[in-house]
Design a protein around this ligand. Structure first.
Ligand SMILES: C[S@@+](CC[C@H](N)C(=O)[O-])C[C@H]1O[C@@H](n2cnc3c(N)ncnc32)[C@H](O)[C@@H]1O
Length: 197
C-alpha cells in the first residue's frame, strides 16, 4: 500500500537508508492508531522522517489512505508489533525521538508483565536512540505511569527531562483528545539517552 513501510527482511535490522533519508532526524511513533499525531508531526516538520508502528490491519489501511491523500512524503507506516520493531528491526543509534503515547495500561495485576515499560524494552529503546535522542511516554493511567517511572529509575540509563504541555510543539493524539474530553489528565515522561552513552 502507498505510505506503507515494508521491511525487505523481517528478521534483520533495516538498513538506515531504508528508513531515514540523507541523515535526516527520524521519529518513531509506537502504536500510532489512527495516526492524528503522526500526520500532524509530519506536516509540522517536513525536514524530519516519521514512522508509525501499528499492528491492526484496519488502522494501517486507513492511515495509508490518509498519508496518500495528504501528499506527505515523510510519513510511513509499519504494520508490526512495537516491541519486536524496537528490539529487532530498528538499527542502533538511528532514532532521534521515540514516542509511546497512550499504550494499553494492562490494568489487571496478572497482566502487568505485558506492559511495555519494562527493562528489556528500555534497553532496546536506548540502543535504537542516537546519543542525545529522546523517549517520550504519555498515559492517562496514573498507576501505570508511577509503575513505569519506578522501573525507569531502576533501569537508570536515561536522563529525565522536564516536559510540560507547552514545552514544544506536540499535537494531541486521538486517545488523548478522547480522554481529556472525559476530564482525565495526562501523565508525561520524557527521557534522554546521554550523549556519551
Ligand atoms: C490506545 S491506542 C493509542 C493510539 C495513539 N497512540 C493515540 O494516542 O491516539 C493504542 C494503539 O496501539 C496499537 N497497539 C497496541 N499494542 C501494540 C503493539 N504491541 N504493537 C503495535 N501496535 C500496538 C493498538 O492497535 C492501538 O491502535
Amino acid at each position: 500500500m502507498p505510505g506503507e513501510l515494508v521491511p525487505a527482511d523481517y528478521f534483520a535490522p533495516f538498513n538506515v537508508e531504508e528508513i531515514r533519508s540523507n541523515g535526516r532526524p527520524l521519529e518513531v511513533d509506537l502504536g500510532c492508531g489512527d495516526g492524528a499525531f503522526l500526520l500532524a508531526m509530519a506536516r509540522e516538520y517536513p525536514d524530519r522522517d516519521f514512522i508509525g508502528v501499528e499492528r491492526l490491519l484496519g488502522r494501517v489501511r486507513k492511515l495509508c489512505k490518509k498519508i496518500t491523500r495528504s501528499g506527505l512524503s515523510n510519513a510511513r507506516i509499519l504494520r508490526l508489533e512495537s516491541r519486536y520493531t524496537v528490539e529487532w528491526l530498528l538499527p542502533k543509534n538511528c532514532v532521534s525521538r521515540l514516542h509511546l503515547l497512550c499504550p494499553d495500561p494492562w490494568p489487571k495485576y496478572r497482566h502487568h508483565r505485558r506492559r511495555l515499560m519494562q527493562n528489556d524494552f528500555f534497553e532496546a529503546v536506548r540502543q535504537a536512540l542516537e546519543p542525545g535522542g529522546e523517549f517520550l511516554f504519555m498515559t492517562d493511567h496514573e498507576e501505570y505511569f508511577h509503575w513505569a517511572c519506578e522501573r525507569m529509575d531502576a533501569y537508570g540509563k536515561f536522563e529525565r527531562l522536564e516536559w510540560q504541555e507547552d514545552t514544544f510543539f506536540y499535537p494531541k493524539t486521538d486517545f488523548q483528545m478522547q480522554w481529556e474530553a472525559e476530564g482525565k489528565s495526562m501523565w508525561r515522561l520524557r527521557c534522554r539517552k546521554p550523549i556519551n552513552a
